[in-house]
Design a protein. Structure first.
Length: 312
């Protein structure tokens, strides 16, 4: 049976692989079959393997989880043809029928401001044994510089209160930025009448009313942001821009910043609670996150669900 694994980065096809040897491990660590250079990916994240003619996927206890067709994995699960596996900002489609594939490479994508590199174990081994065009002195200088940068990166990732923790935070700021950027675009794409100024004013007023309820309703800011996105979508193609445009954009920026700040603080609280083995406290925080962003299809909501499932 031909088993073809197609790898996507940010919904764009990147590379294809044949499942050779009956197993493919994917992680940030260098001792796996496919290495993904992304701090959001765990050092041992997931494995796709064949057993008795059936293909399976298994999450290896990763921090941010692995999802099959939108559902978090807790054990090895059999895969159907064209099954969709997602983790962090990546997606994998597993083809178990039909024509064989020819592995191909695509351009490296940029996610959250960082270059994401994928390399197979064979490519890494080949690179290690190849002759490097550097002198011994250049290699020593480069190694020292790399060590300094690594120390600085570790210091930046440490919790601000100085408490030593063993696991990375389950959600990072770059993921929040990506989510709100995509959410705004999705809402704008759904607007049929982009030149309806009256509709835009109505959405804007509804958003302002929702913001007034932020101390009472956890999802008030999220709902207000959706109204603001719709208002912006209704007037994007009006030329010249109406005065509402200058009022609307600052509200969007401010509301997004408030939500990102609250979510970042909540994920930090949940992370600290987990590290202190306070499972009940961590679950309460994750439930608050889900109430604030009641978008069940979002990575934010699914990450909270995955973490709660692991705690219960």
């Amino acid at each position: 049976m031909s088993i073809r694994i197609v790898f996507y980065v940010n919904e764009k096809k990147d590379r294809e692989f044949e499942l050779t040897g009956g197993v493919m491990s994917i992680s940030r660590g260098t001792d796996c079959h496919l290495i993904v250079n992304d701090l959001m990916v765990s050092s041992l994240h997931l494995t796709i393997f064949e057993q008795d003619g059936q293909v399976y996927v298994r999450d290896e206890g990763s921090v941010n989880g692995t999802f099959l067709n939108g559902e978090a994995l807790s054990s090895a699960v059999p895969l159907r043809h064209k099954a969709e596996i997602s983790f962090c900002n990546y997606k994998i489609i597993v083809h178990t029928e039909g024509a064989a594939a020819t592995p191909e490479s695509g351009p490296v994508e940029e996610i959250g401001g960082n270059k994401t590199m994928m390399i197979t174990r064979e490519e890494l081994d080949a690179a290690r044994v190849s002759k490097l065009p550097f002198t011994k002195k250049q290699m020593i200088i480069g190694g020292v510089g790399g060590g300094v940068l690594l120390i600085l990166l570790i210091l930046l990732l440490l919790p601000s209160n100085g408490t030593k923790k063993n696991a990375p935070a389950p959600m990072r700021a770059g993921m929040l930025n990506t989510y709100f950027l995509k959410l705004g675009q999705q809402v704008r794409d759904q607007i049929d009448d982009r030149k309806n100024l009256e509709q835009a004013n109505s959405y804007y007023k509804l958003g302002l009313e929702k913001l007034k309820m932020s101390k009472v309703n956890l999802d008030a800011e999220f709902t207000a942001l959706l109204y603001f996105y719709r208002a912006k979508g209704s007037i994007m193609e009006i030329e010249p821009r109406p005065p509402l445009w200058d009022e609307l954009n600052p509200e969007i920026v401010q509301t997004e910043q408030q939500l990102k700040k609250k979510l970042k603080e909540l994920f930090q609280q949940a992370w600290l609670a987990e590290s202190d083995n306070d499972k009940e406290g961590a679950v309460r925080v994750y439930e608050t996150i889900q109430a604030m962003i009641p978008d069940e299809s979002s990575l934010i909501y699914r990450t909270a669900s995955f973490r709660m499932a692991k705690l219960k």
